[in-house]
Each structure stands twice: as structure tokens, then as C-alpha cells.
Design a protein around this ligand. Structure first.
Ligand code: FAD
Ligand code: NAI
Length: 467
């Protein structure tokens, strides 16, 4: 029996980062992960690396390049003739990007002298005993980082040929002429964008009557307008009644918002209606690990109900985001080592990697209204930003919300070019308790998109300089 200070179950962004941090802190650490890549090799990095963040961003970039070459280069005077799509090469490139990340994590494990076990880990006779293959490990601390799985429609399981989860959506070897997507959430929008750019006619069916409820309403409205203009068809307030596979593809029957009965015929269907925590195979019941609405129940420091057992990432409450999982991984490792870390769930940024990108941190305007908080809002459009004009990418805006009395930044919402990068300034500002005025007083490089952040901050006090 091998003994460790820490055994981490799951090698996704939560698990592998927790593993590395625990090892850095001098704890004898093992990580167990069951994911397999080509030829059964270990594929460290979890959903994020293998079928989530990384491959989706690789395809978003490749498909955006295709779209730019086909529709926007000419405006720059760059003429392309005989443009062709080599989808097989696009997918090979994506797989290469994924493998580089898998290998990078394996390298980091070696560098940090981590013991890695490839297989499924589950609790043995007690919560300090973990069984993996023929081995039994004992652990002073166990960190569960088993992530999440896609939620299927009750009436239509994933076959990954016609009815696709995120995994199938990232691996289609032909561009479907007509692609259906159920769920206008993050995956629906990102994957819908990829395949639309590559030539599919995409229809997204969404149950809720409103679009992107978690985002600021003004930003969501702008996004809906832009996506419609790009040709993403979206229907809201629908109720799916049946999904059937046919010889030609998939037939989806649904009731539209106006109560009429409708059918959508498509060659392929992506179902992206949220994800469920993955706790199967852990023997959670056997050791009395408490679950709450399918998630592992934890306190704010990620402690489960069992002494020495912690859980992080998608398997527990909170946003299902890689960087949230990572923050929790670091915090738990540090807490095990006797430190006092803290994860601030209020300053976790959200990014949707569509074009334009959408990113936000903190409160939305509708949340502030509902909470009765007095606030001031400043917005600045990218059309008035010189760098955006030079890029030829002027859609969208930066919007800053600040406390009416203290001027403390309460939320920042961006739709526009490189919103994913720009949001970092807002996160830093909020973590340091900055006021909108502070951002307005800081020198931002010219010409840069970041000047839109400064101008939005100045706009809070009605003194934007460039509009
Ligand atoms: P996971 O990444 O799910 O990793 C869990 C690992 O544990 C897996 O390798 C699994 O095989 C392994 N495992 C499970 N059970 C066991 C067991 N019993 N024994 C051994 N191993 C086990 N988030 C972002 O922040 N940015 C993005 O751009 C982004 N894009 C996404 C795109 C898509 C298409 C999807 C589906 C998700 C995306 N996400 C994104 C979400 C992100 O992938 C997750 O939040 C993140 O992967 C969660 O990390 P985790 O470590 O909790 O779990
Ligand atoms: P989601 O929660 O973002 O969106 C699901 C959508 O499906 C919602 O709008 C919901 O109202 C709708 N829906 C639910 N049931 C439905 C039904 N029966 N019929 C029609 N619509 C229905 O979930 P999604 O897109 O599956 O992504 C899962 C999670 O993965 C995200 O919440 C996010 O945490 C993570 N992710 C993050 C990304 C990023 O950070 N850029 C990218 C992709 C995923």
C-alpha cells in the first residue's frame, strides 16, 4: 500500500493544478486520472483540455480565420482566390494543440515529482483509502476533482454521430448543411459559431424566453443583434417535445413561443443544455460522501462532510469554469499545507469566445437594480476607439458599473474584440477595490483597445474623452 499526504482524483484544470501546488508545498502527492487519448495514452487536462476550452478555442480560431479570409480580408485590400476549407487539417491542428497541452501537464507532473496513476480512482474501505487498478493508496487528504458530464435530453441520449455532446461537436469530420443546436448557452453559441463560419446553416433552440440571462441585459441584446446579423438563427421560449434520428439526420419537434407546433430537420444536432457533476464510480455512497443536487456538498473552503476529503471544480457548486476549478485547486492545496487562502467567487470572470467576444466580471445592471443598489453606469463603444477602427472590428462596447456613493467598481461588461483579454484589467481593479475614477486616472497605451476601458470608466462620471 502506497501512502501519500494528498491524493487527487481527476487530472482536469482543478485536479492537476491542485496536484502541482500540493507538490510545490512539499506534500507527497499523487494524481489519478482515467482519461485516454489516442492509443489509450493518458490524456491529462480533463474536459477543458480534451473536449472543452482548448479544442473549442482552437476551432474557434481556425474557423474565424476562414471567415476572415472569406468575408473580411478584401476590405483590407487582401484578395484571396480559390479559398478552400481543409476540415481534416483543421481537426488535426486542433488535436495537436490538445496533445501539446496533455504532454505539458505530464511534464509538469514529472518536474514536480508527482506520482501519476492512469485509471479510475474510487474510495475503498474508508475515505482515506483510494483504489486504482490493482493498487490501493492511503491518503491523509483526498481532493475530488472529477469534473462534469454533458446533460442529455431525457428523450434523446448522445450517440456522438447524429446527436452530439461537446465531444462530438468538436470532432465532426464533415460540415453539416443544416445543424441544430439545443441550448443558447455558452457551448451552443461557441460551437454554433464554429460550424456556421465553416458553412452550416445553424438553428439554435432555447427553452428560456430571454437570451444569455447571466450576462448584462444591454450586452446580451447587442450580442443577439450581432449573432442574428451573422446568420445564427435563434428561437427562444421553445419546449422540445421529441427528438428522433432519421435516415437523413435528426428531426426535432417542439412547441414554439407562440404555442405553434414546429419541426426542425437537421443533419446533426448538438445538445448543449448544461452539465452535471461527475461522481459516478467514486463509491461516494460507500463512504458516506454527501451530495447536494448531484454536486458534492462542500463548504466555502471546499471541505466535504468527510474529514480530510475535499472537492473542487465542476463537481461542486459555483460556475463551471476552468479558472474557477484552478483557483479552488490552489486554495485547497494551500489549506492542507496550513495556509489561509481565499477564493473570491464574486470576481471570477466569464468569457464567451464568440466573435465578438463577450466577457464580464461582477454584477450586472439588472442584478444591481434587483438588489436596490444605487449605481452609475458608463459605456464606451468600440466604434469610437482608434485601435478597434484600425483592426476593422468596431462592434460592441465596454460598460462599467460603479457604486453611486463610493464609486467602487461593481461590474464590468464587454462585448467586442479581445474582450477575453480586456476583462483582466477589470478583475484586477475589482480585487484591489478600485473606483471607476482610478481606472480613469491610469495611463493606457495608445492606440489600444484597453483605452475603451479607461473611457468607460470616465463615462461613469460623464467625462469620457473620446465620445
Ligand atoms: P474536468 O476538466 O471535467 O476533469 C475531470 C477529470 O477527472 C477528467 O479527466 C476525468 O476523466 C477524470 N475523472 C473523473 N472521474 C474520475 C475517477 N473516478 N477516477 C479518475 N479520473 C476521473 N471553461 C473555461 O473556463 N473556459 C472555456 O473556454 C471553457 N470552454 C469550454 C468548452 C466546452 C465545449 C466545455 C464542455 C467546457 C468548457 N469550459 C470552459 C468548462 C471547463 O472545461 C470546466 O469548467 C473544467 O474542465 C472543469 O475542470 P475540473 O478539473 O473540475 O474537471
Ligand atoms: P449553459 O448553462 O451555458 O447553457 C445551457 C442553455 O440550455 C441555457 O440557456 C438553458 O436555458 C438551455 N436549456 C436547458 N434545457 C433546455 C431544453 N430542454 N431545451 C432548450 N434549451 C434548454 O450550458 P452549456 O452551454 O451546456 O455549457 C455548460 C457549461 O460549460 C457552461 O455553463 C460553462 O460553465 C461551461 N463552458 C464555458 C465556456 C467558456 O467559459 N467560454 C465555453 C463552454 C462551456
Amino acid at each position: 500500500m502506497k501512502s501519500f499526504d494528498v491524493v487527487v482524483i481527476g487530472g482536469g484544470p482543478g485536479g492537476y493544478i491542485a496536484t502541482i501546488r500540493a507538490a510545490q508545498l512539499g506534500l507527497a502527492t499523487a494524481c489519478i486520472d482515467e482519461a485516454r487519448g489516442a492509443e489509450g495514452r493518458p490524456a491529462l487536462g480533463g474536459v477543458c483540455t480534451n473536449a472543452g476550452c482548448i479544442p473549442s478555442k482552437a476551432l474557434l480560431q481556425s474557423s474565424e480565420n476562414f471567415e476572415q479570409a472569406g468575408h473580411h480580408f478584401a476590405e483590407h485590400g487582401v484578395m484571396v482566390q480559390g479559398l478552400q476549407l481543409d476540415l481534416a487539417q483543421m481537426l488535426r491542428r486542433k488535436d495537436k494543440v490538445v496533445k501539446a497541452s496533455n504532454d505539458g501537464i505530464a511534464y509538469l507532473f514529472k518536474k514536480n515529482k508527482v506520482s501519476f496513476f492512469h485509471g479510475r480512482g474510487s474510495f475503498g474501505n474508508s475515505s482515506s483509502e483510494i483504489v486504482v487498478g490493482n493498487e490501493t493508496l492511503t491518503a491523509k487528504n483526498v481532493i475530488i476533482a472529477t469534473g462534469s458530464n454533458p446533460r442529455a435530453l431525457p428523450s434523446a441520449d448522445f450517440d456522438e454521430k447524429l446527436i452530439l455532446s461537446n465531444a462530438g461537436a468538436l470532432a465532426m469530420t464533415e460540415v453539416p448543411k443544416r445543424l441544430g443546436v439545443i441550448g443558447a448557452g455558452v457551448i451552443g453559441l461557441e460551437m454554433g459559431s464554429v460550424w456556421r463560419r465553416l458553412g452550416s446553416a445553424v438553428t439554435i433552440l432555447e427553452a428560456l424566453p430571454t437570451f444569455l440571462g447571466a450576462a448584462d441585459e444591454q450586452i446580451a441584446k447587442e450580442a443577439a443583434k450581432v449573432f442574428a446579423k451573422q446568420g445564427l438563427a435563434m428561437e427562444f421560449g421553445v419546449a422540445i417535445s421529441a427528438v428522433k434520428t432519421t435516415k437523413k439526420g435528426v428531426s426535432i419537434q417542439y412547441t414554439a413561443a407562440d404555442k405553434s407546433a414546429k419541426t426542425l430537420e437537421c443533419e446533426r444536432l448538438i445538445v448543449a443544455i448544461g452539465r452535471v457533476a461527475n461522481t459516478a464510480g467514486l463509491n461516494a455512497e460507500g463512504v458516506g460522501l454527501q451530495l447536494e443536487r448531484g454536486f458534492i456538498a462542500v463548504d466555502e473552503d471546499c471541505r466535504s462532510n468527510l474529514a480530510g476529503v475535499w472537492a473542487i471544480g465542476d463537481a461542486v457548486r459555483g460556475p463551471m469554469l476552468a479558472h474557477k476549478a484552478e483557483e479552488e485547486g490552489v486554495a485547497v492545496a494551500e489549506r492542507i499545507a496550513g495556509q489561509q487562502p481565499h477564493v473570491n467567487l464574486n470576481t471570477i470572470p466569464w468569457v464567451i469566445y464568440t466573435a465578438p467576444e463577450i466577457a464580464w466580471v461582477g454584477k450586472t445592471e439588472q442584478q444591481l437594480k434587483a438588489e436596490g443598489v444605487e449605481y452609475r453606469a458608463g459605456t464606451f463603444p468600440f466604434s469610437a476607439n482608434a485601435r478597434a477602427r484600425a483592426l476593422g472590428d468596431t462592434t460592441g462596447m465596454v460598460k462599467m458599473l460603479a457604486d453611486a456613493k463610493t464609486d467602487a467598481i461593481l461590474g464590468v461588461h464587454i462585448i467586442g474584440p479581445y474582450a477575453s483579454e480586456l476583462i483582466a484589467e477589470a478583475v484586477v481593479a475589482m480585487e484591489f477595490g478600485a473606483a471607476a475614477e482610478d481606472i480613469g486616472m491610469i495611463c493606457h497605451a495608445h492606440p489600444s483597445l484597453s483605452e475603451a476601458m479607461k473611457d468607460a470608466a470616465l463615462a461613469v462620471d460623464k467625462r469620457a474623452l473620446n465620445i
